[in-house]
Write a protein that binds this ligand. Structure first.
Ligand code: PEP
Ligand code: MN
Length: 293
């Protein structure tokens, strides 16, 4: 179907001029690639699980063991965190280089590959040494020098959609990585800003519709992050299952042994038992849409 209207939505001209590398070449064109032995863009839906923030060596290893047991494919966790407020305390912190070391230890102990956020150009080499996937956070989606620098490492890159950006802007960010010759690019929807989120503590709304919308125009895998999108653990399960039903090519989930005492964003993680039960339900929904976990 033609889409010639100018404006914020993706036009046929955009697909030719603005992001020819991110654009599909044919209706069934999908990028399929391997990262650390896990296939992206095919029937299987990779799951990234772990805490918001790396809090301690023992805890991140314990989380890695538990999420692996339940079937997660990657360990997630931030060492460098885009914290909204500048003050740090015993309860609100980021471990930075120390946390990177603990992620490496968790990988060595469990074999789980790592996805972690890169925020600063000066830290790109340090993060690339530990990360199997370099995560660009929502707040840096349009930090173009960072995208270019990260792309040049050759490491796979996951680009979280900025909470106020269109699909067109998001694909523009992906093109910045692709144009450097880095083809392992993953998109991640993590919730957008809207006037109403149905709870005062919920800042974002999961844009489920962007999953099929993106897949209509790009060959890149589209992951969903219901934890950041809902900001509210009880909504994580329904939005995870809905994401799979909507065609998500991967799921990112925050999992913590003691969610309400997590150092950052304690309202959104699920615990080990909840994650394990959710994985079972995810498999059921995946099979209903001819996917596997
Ligand atoms: C995260 O995944 O830890 C994170 C900070 O996510 P976002 O950039 O989507 O807020
Ligand atoms: Mn977070």
């Amino acid at each position: 179907m033609d889409n010639k209207a100018p404006g914020k939505d993706v036009t046929d001209q955009d697909l030719k001029d603005k992001f020819p590398l991110a654009a599909k070449k044919s209706p069934d064109h999908r990028s399929v690639f391997d990262i650390a032995g896990v296939t992206f863009g095919a029937e299987t839906i990779p799951v990234f699980a772990g805490p918001n923030t790396v809090e301690s060596r023992d805890q991140i290893i314990d989380i890695a063991r538990n999420v692996k047991k339940s079937g997660a494919h990657f360990l997630r966790g931030g060492a460098f965190k885009p914290l909204t407020f500048p003050y740090r305390s015993e309860k609100y912190y980021e471990l930075r280089e120390e946390g990177l070391g603990y992620l490496a230890d968790a990988k060595a102990e469990t074999g789980l590959p790592i996805i972690t956020e890169i925020m600063e150009e000066s830290k790109v080499d340090a993060v690339a040494e530990v990360a199997d996937i370099m995560q660009i956070g929502t707040r840096n989606m349009q930090n173009f020098p960072l995208l270019t620098r990260v792309a040049k490492t050759g490491k796979p890159v996951m680009i979280k959609r900025h909470f106020g950006c269109s699909l067109r802007d998001w694909l523009g960010a992906a093109e910045y990585v692709l144009v450097e010759g880095n083809e392992k690019v993953i998109l991640c929807e993590r919730g957008v800003s809207v006037p109403h989120t149905h709870r005062s503590s919920s800042r974002f709304l999961l844009d489920l519709q962007v999953i099929p919308a993106a897949q209509e125009v790009t060959h890149l895998p589209v992951v969903s992050d219901p934890s950041h999108a809902t900001f509210w653990a009880p909504w994580v399960e329904p939005m995870t299952l809905a994401s799979i039903a909507a065609g998500a090519d991967g799921i990112m989930l925050e999992v913590h042994p003691d969610p309400r005492n997590a150092a950052v964003d304690p309202l959104q993680p699920i615990d080990y038992q909840e994650f394990d039960a959710l994985m079972t339900k995810m498999k059921a929904v995946a099979s209903a849409v001819e996917r596997t976990l």
